[in-house]
Structures are given as structure tokens and as C-alpha cells.
Design a protein around this ligand. Structure first.
Ligand code: K7E
Ligand code: CUA
Length: 656
């Protein structure tokens, strides 16, 4: 079933290059400014001062490693949540409490590449509890708690190389998945790269999410052929129980993939029957493989993260577990795979193609029941393309990447090469509308657009290239989002706004769902931090050899203690600062001159710890970094450092 098309491949490569290097395909924005009715667009995105947006939008930071939170339709930036990268603004990854979140089996890693935010779901609808996001480089999945907008957990993935097809959810977040983008030797070993074919393997991880606490764990993995597993989406409704992954590089090439992985006319969508896989697990039909990975969880009561090391993972071999994996042939290196709100259609976006391939879930089940297989790949049945295809969308565009839905029977697909979004009808496959994007759109997002019940109304195009859209900022330009009104028959561009890092994907949810669960403070009486100081009377300094623990409190507008002596060069000084405030929006900051560290930014009721190893004798000021009151500038103190062996007795006072 393999057909080789070298000339076609070169043509596509040339096209891709053209899209990246010039904007021949994209009209100059200045030519288009007249096309927008400014006052009607402005009215649609205007959120009056003091009023709230209708939706929260969560955008991945791509190579920034973070998640940014915007309001829609205003495009106002509400927060940047640090996830995989350290963030000096919040002390994330710098303070002792959050450092363990960034631990892996490769040690402390201060960065990753985050692509796909995914909201937790109940009955196929975003429930506003958690946001999951993948780390692509050192394979990880993070969970952000949407009551605090803080990273609550990061789990590392064993047997994986490049966690891209992740973390897509099942209908009730029974699982979020993580497929390896790069196949690797499994188990890892030192071997020749030239031996890739047949020896390198893929893995698809099913990460269970504890319904009560949200805790993640790798429940099992499915061991796969050495393809690249690009994206995924869960079945819903009738297809609940299945997960679909796109593959490319079914050629199993290990070099110059832009040509070598573009040879096959069709790659596969892998359909995984995870309910069946779970049955096999329950029957004990798995192998336990040695593989080390970390689970890092932040405890909201203790206000600190702890790491658990796992050494084993349960692995299913699909050749020994019939009925778990089937391959659906899908043209031309599919990128996104998207399932419509009814769960009937599985859309493959063949990125080197003009047309979209839509598979039918019913036809797939029928073909499986008929055992109508075209072929097999490493013992995994390959279905006949004609048996499973429901239709083809003759898009007229080039380079389809991703599709979302409005809940009214329409689908919207991005085209990277032709820089546009095409709206088409599910079932008839006819194109209804198309709009240009500026420029080179990757993902798109409709609020709830990959769920069973999309909110519709808006569509956000997430663009890779910004070029002339904003005032120039030197060689590096922000990527951008463009907001379209999709409530009418025609899509209408109503707002442009720059984004942080690379917003590969985004998700949005009706604001009230998240707002109603949002925490305002951490109750002080619930604080179980091992170094908490619950009242100013308990503030103190303890010295044990060269280890100094400063138990400090903050309240408007002073630190206790604010005069500290008895510390010497070579000491390890831990400032455990508890913010005694119990009012919304009153964090205090803490920093000390010469600390080789970021600040602390301590929320009301929280304890955070800054480690400092002073190198020079002297008297060093410390102060609050967050303007907290009229006397914020007075919120400061001094710390005396003496030469080794020369320190006076410990003094910790506020002058009394
Ligand atoms: Cu940018 Cu989802 Cu990583 Cu497509 S991926 S564009
Ligand atoms: Cu506390 Cu400023």
C-alpha cells in the first residue's frame, strides 16, 4: 500500500518554504484594513472598564513553557501561569516549595515547550476544574488547578521521546493521553540510530486522573511501531471509549524526515479502544517494564511540592491484545485529528494535502466487525480506506492543520500554507465560507470547540507569523491571535492581539464556570507548611550549625523580624515567610540584596521559602516587592552578615 511520490514531495517542500519565507500567499495587512467595519468590530470586542469578559481563554506559551490566560472577547491578558519554565516574577521554580515541580529523572529542568492546553471534562463538557498541558521536550504533562490558577502537578512520562500528542482528554477525564512524537529505543539503550527501523518504538500513555483530587498517574502504556505520533483527540458520545492519534513517518525514516517521512501516500490514524485496553490491564495481560519517572505534586495545605519516583510502568503489546489498536489509512502526513461533537466523525488534517479526510466511526466499527482488513503493520490491523471514509472536504485550501466545531453542524479548519480558515458543513462536506488569517495559522480555537457542546460564537486563529501586523520590535515579533465573530453565516475578523511565546493551541470556557470556583485566599488556619509562622509572636530565627531558619511573617506594612543579626558568611539562610493577610489581592513580596535567587511573592495565608547563601560581610537590606499599602515603601528590614566565626548572638527583632 505504499506509493512513492518524490516529485510531489519536492513540490510540497517548495510550497512550505514559500509560506515560511515570503508572504506571497498572504495579502499585506494594509490592503485589508479597509475590509473591516471598525465601529461594528470595536463594539463586539469592547468590554467596558470594570466589566468582565464572557470567556476565559487559556493559551499555550509554546517555547515559553507557560500558559497565558486571556479574556474574550476583549483579548485582555489576565495572567501568565508558570508551568514548565521558572518564573522570577512569582519565584516559581526558584523558591524551595515549587522547585520539586520541575524535577525529572534527568534532574531539575527549568524549561519546556508547551503546546496543548486541555480543560478537564465532565460528560464531554469542560467543567472548569483543571487545565492540562503537555511538555514536549522532556516528556511531561502538567495539571493546573483552576481554583488557584497554579500548577498543581507535573508528571513525567516513561518510554517517551517528545510528548506532542498530548494531553487530550476522555469525556470524564478518566484519562488524559500522551503519545510520543519521536520514537526511541524502548527500553532506552545505547544503539545505532541507523537501526531505527523496526527497533525504535512509540508509546501511547494513558494517564489516569483521580476524580477527587485530580492526581495523575500513568495507568498503562500501549507499545506502538516506531512512527511519529502527532496529535490526538478522544471519542465522545457513541465513540466514547476510543482515542484517536495521528501518525506520520510511517516510513520509519531516521534522517531528513521532511523528504523521507513524506513518501507514503497515506499514513495512519491509530484508533485505540482504551476501554478494551483497560480490560486487558484488569486481566493482568500487561508487562511491567522498568522505567524511571517522577510525579511532582503541590500540596495546597502544605504549600509545597513533593516528588514521588516511580520505577515501573504497565505496558500493553497490541499484538498480544487483539481489539485494542486499529489503523485508519489517512492521506499525506496528517497533523491534527479532531472528533466532531456527536462523536460520529474523525477528521484527519493531512498537512501535505488540499482536502480533508473524514472517517466515519460507525463505518470503522462495521469494518472491524467484518474483519475487513487491508493489511497489517507490525501485527496491527490496517482497515481499508474505502471502508472507513465518510467523505472528503474539497477545501480549495492548502496545508490543513486543525479543525474545531461550533455545535451547529459546522466545522472550521485552519490552512497553514494558504493562511486561511475554511468553514464547512459536517455531513455534506461543502465549503460554506473562508477567511484569510495574518499569517500562517496553526491551531484555531472555538470556546468548547473540541467538546460535546461547543459554546461557538467566537473563533480564535493562532498565527505563527505576524510580520507587519504590529509596530516592529526588532528581529523577534510576537506571535498573534485573531478573534473572529462566527455567530453569523460569514466569519468576521474583529480583533488582533499579540500573544506570549507560541500559542500552539488554546481552549476557552464560559467565565462563570471558572469564576464561581475561584479562591481568594488560603485560610491561615489550614496552613500545614512545616515552617509556617501563624502569628507575629512566633516569628524567630533558629541557627543550627551553619543552617539558619528565619521564621518571618508579613502583614501591612512590616516584616517580623525586621532586624536580624548573628548570620555569618558560609551560612545557608532559609527565609520561611508566611503572609498573615486574609484579604483578597494582598500578596507581599520578599527579596534581599545579593540573594542569588528570584523574589518570593507570597499569597495571603501562604508560606514560601527563599534560600540565600551570603558571600560577604555587611548589612543588607530586604524589602517587600509588591506595592501593598500606602506604607509599602516602609516595608523593609536589615540583615547583618558577619565574617565566619565573628557573628554576635542571634538577634531577631522588630526593635523591642
Ligand atoms: Cu503547533 Cu498542535 Cu504542536 Cu499544530 S501543533 S500548529
Ligand atoms: Cu508588602 Cu509591599
Amino acid at each position: 500500500m505504499k506509493s512513492f511520490k518524490p516529485i510531489w514531495t519536492m513540490l510540497i517542500a517548495a510550497l512550505l518554504l514559500a509560506a515560511a519565507c515570503t508572504d506571497t500567499n498572504a495579502k499585506k495587512s494594509s490592503e485589508n484594513k479597509g475590509a473591516i467595519n471598525k465601529s461594528s468590530a470595536a463594539e463586539k470586542v469592547y468590554v467596558a472598564p470594570g466589566e468582565y469578559d464572557e470567556f476565559y481563554a487559556f493559551m499555550s506559551g509554546g517555547f515559553s513553557g507557560q500558559v497565558s490566560v486571556y479574556g474574550l472577547p476583549s483579548g485582555r491578558l489576565l495572567k501568565v501561569v508558570p508551568v514548565f519554565s521558572v518564573d522570577g516574577e512569582k519565584g516559581y521554580g526558584f523558591n524551595e516549595e515549587t522547585k520539586p515541580l520541575l524535577e525529572t529523572s534527568h534532574g531539575f529542568i527549568p524549561w519546556d515547550d508547551a503546546h496543548h492546553p486541555e480543560l478537564s471534562q465532565t460528560n464531554g463538557k469542560p467543567d472548569g476544574k483543571y487545565l492540562f498541558i503537555n511538555g514536549n521536550n522532556t516528556p511531561r504533562v502538567a495539571r493546573i488547578d483552576l481554583s488557584t490558577f497554579e500548577t498543581a502537578e507535573i508528571i513525567e512520562l516513561p518510554n517517551a521521546g517528545g510528548n506532542h500528542s498530548s494531553p487530550f482528554t476522555t469525556e470524564n477525564s478518566e484519562y488524559v493521553v500522551a503519545g510520543t512524537r519521536f520514537s526511541v529505543p524502548i527500553p532506552q539503550t545505547d544503539m545505532s540510530i541507523a537501526d531505527y527501523k523496526g527497533k525504535f518504538k512509540g508509546s501511547l500513555s494513558f494517564i489516569s486522573v483521580d476524580p477527587e483530587h485530580g492526581h495523575m498517574d500513568v495507568d498503562f502504556q500501549v507499545l506502538m511501531p516506531g512512527f511519529d505520533y502527532d496529535l490526538a483527540h478522544g471519542g465522545k458520545g457513541k465513540s466514547h471509549g476510543w482515542m484517536f492519534f495521528t501518525t506520520y513517518n510511517t516510513e520509519e525514516s531516521h534522517t531528513l524526515k521532511e523528504v523521507n517521512a513524506s513518501q507514503n501516500d497515506k499514513d495512519y490514524i491509530a484508533a485505540i479502544n482504551w476501554k478494551k485496553a483497560k480490560e486487558y490491564i484488569e486481566q493482568g495481560k500487561y508487562k511491567e517494564m522498568d522505567s524511571e519517572y517522577l510525579i511532582n505534586r503541590y500540596d495546597e495545605k502544605k504549600h509545597l511540592a513533593e516528588s514521588i519516583t516511580r520505577k515501573k510502568v504497565r505496558v500493553l503489546d497490541p499484538t498480544e491484545c487483539p481489539g485494542v489498536v486499529y489503523f485508519l489509512p489517512t492521506p499525506k502526513s496528517p497533523h491534527g485529528v479532531d472528533v466532531d461533537p456527536t462523536g460520529s466523525y474523525i477528521i484527519g488534517n493531512g498537512k501535505l494535502n488540499a482536502n480533508l479526510t473524514v472517517h466515519s466511526f460507525d463505518k470503522m466499527i462495521q469494518a472491524i466487525e467484518n474483519k475487513s482488513f487491508a493489511d497489517e503493520a507490525y501485527g496491527i490491523p490496517v482497515l481499508n480506506f474505502e471502508d472507513v471514509v465518510a467523505g472528503t472536504v474539497e477545501s480549495g485550501g492548502l496545508g490543513p492543520l486543525h479543525t474545531e466545531f461550533d455545535g451547529e453542524g459546522n466545522a472550521y479548519t485552519t490552512f497553514f500554507i494558504s493562511s486561511e480558515v475554511v468553514k464547512w458543513k459536517l455531513g455534506t462536506w461543502e465549503v460554506l465560507d473562508r477567511v484569510p488569517t495574518y499569517y500562517s495559522v496553526g491551531h484555531l480555537m472555538i470556546p468548547g470547540g473540541d467538546s460535546k457542546e461547543p459554546w461557538g460564537k467566537y473563533m480564535v486563529a493562532l498565527n505563527k507569523i505576524t510580520k507587519d501586523r504590529y509596530l516592529p520590535t526588532g528581529p523577534e515579533l510576537a506571535h498573534s491571535a485573531q478573534l473572529y465573530d462566527i455567530s453569523g453565516d460569514k466569519m468576521e475578523l474583529i480583533l488582533d492581539f499579540p500573544t506570549i511565546g507560541e500559542p500552539h493551541y488554546a481552549q476557552a470556557i464560559a467565565a462563570d464556570i471558572v469564576m464561581n470556583r475561584s479562591k481568594k485566599i488560603y485560610p491561615l488556619e489550614e496552613n500545614e507548611h512545616p515552617h509556617v509562622t501563624k502569628s507575629e509572636a512566633d516569628a524567630r530565627v533558629e541557627k543550627n550549625g551553619n543552617e539558619v531558619h528565619v521564621y518571618m511573617t508579613t502583614i501591612r506594612s512590616h516584616f517580623a523580624p525586621d532586624n536580624i543579626e548573628g548570620i555569618e558568611v558560609g551560612d545557608k539562610v532559609y527565609f520561611h515567610v508566611t503572609n498573615l493577610e486574609q484579604d483578597w489581592d494582598v500578596p507581599h513580596g520578599f527579596s534581599v540584596l545579593g540573594a542569588q535567587n528570584a523574589e518570593l511573592l507570597i499569597m495571603p495565608g501562604q508560606t514560601e521559602t527563599l534560600l540565600w547563601e551570603p558571600l560577604k560581610p555587611g548589612v543588607f537590606p530586604f524589602y517587600c516587592t509588591d506595592f501593598c499599602s500606602a506604607l509599602h515603601q516602609e516595608m523593609q528590614g536589615y540583615l547583618r552578615v558577619s565574617a565566619k566565626g565573628n557573628a554576635p548572638a542571634i538577634l531577631a527583632s522588630t526593635g523591642d
